[in-house]
Design a protein. Structure first.
Length: 275
């Protein structure tokens, strides 16, 4: 049974979209076009290259099972973005992580039935693989939010506005909880625990039966769900900052983000702590 046909942990949840491999070259070309402008702003930290999307059809190559839709490969002159053949597990995972906001705004659920989030996963890497970043202190919650935010901006409407509104609502939701937004210093532990679980739980994501059982075990997924939620909040914080700028200021904002702040170990910490 294909993962896309698995029963959902929510009775009103949509059927998730698979990766449509035929769409990938067009997504890559579109993202390359958008990233060219940003790379021109990034200056010496930018390294333009040809990038292609490649289907990873061998489960042996999936370090994190179905937890991670795409990953970077700079081992050859033509850089590669490897991607899974099916996004159903990943989309159901973020559905669980975003459940309070999705329940309050059911219209957002259509975003989990189309290919827009799959496109974001593939296209955010187009920018990242052509840009210098931190080697040892890069964070997937704070630093990578800039890549995912950029990929959301590159979507066509109405998905572009819907995803940005969703990320904005994730910030509002987290801040409205009694415990509020977690301290920024705790994010590293959240991320570390999640990636450890990506490895240990990866085998359970590979078959329909075990994947369904895992997605219904929210205790086992607690670290992963926190990670996905806070990664979404980080994207929402960048959107709030970006949309407050005048149009004429946005290129300079991106220049600073890509060529300076993205290389800082404290990236997004100030914004995270400002509530």
């Amino acid at each position: 049974m294909a993962l896309s046909s698995l029963p959902s942990p929510h009775h009103h949840a949509p059927t998730c979209a698979p990766v449509v491999t035929a769409d990938v070259p067009a997504w890559v070309a579109k993202a390359q076009s958008h990233s060219d402008h940003l790379l021109s702003l990034a200056g010496p930290v930018a390294h333009r290259a040809e990038v292609v999307g490649v289907l990873a059809d061998d489960e042996a190559d999936w370090t994190f099972g179905n937890f991670m839709l795409t990953w970077l490969d700079s081992s050859q002159e033509v850089r590669r973005i490897w991607h899974l053949p099916n996004a159903a597990f990943f989309l159901r995972l973020i559905e669980i992580a975003y459940a309070p906001v999705l329940d309050a705004n059911p219209s957002y659920r259509t975003l989990l039935t189309d290919t827009s989030r799959i496109q974001m996963s593939i296209t955010n890497d187009i920018l990242q693989i052509q840009l210098d970043g931190l080697v040892d202190d890069y964070t997937m919650i704070r630093h990578h939010a800039l890549m995912l935010f950029s990929s959301a901006l590159w979507l066509d409407e109405p998905q572009r506005s819907q995803w940005l509104d969703l990320y904005d609502d994730l910030v509002t939701y987290v801040d409205s909880r009694p415990e509020g937004r977690p301290h920024v210093d705790s994010l590293a532990a959240v991320e570390s625990a999640a990636f450890a679980d990506f490895v240990t739980l990866a085998p359970q994501t590979l078959t329909a039966e075990s994947a369904d059982a895992l997605l219904n075990d929210h205790e086992a997924l607690a670290h992963v769900l926190d990670y996905q939620l806070y990664a979404g909040v980080a994207i929402g914080l960048l959107w709030r900052e970006y949309r407050a700028l005048d149009e004429a200021e946005r290129d300079e904002w991106y220049r600073t983000q890509l060529s300076e702040r993205y290389l800082d170990t404290d990236y997004l910490k100030t914004e995270w702590m400002a509530q």
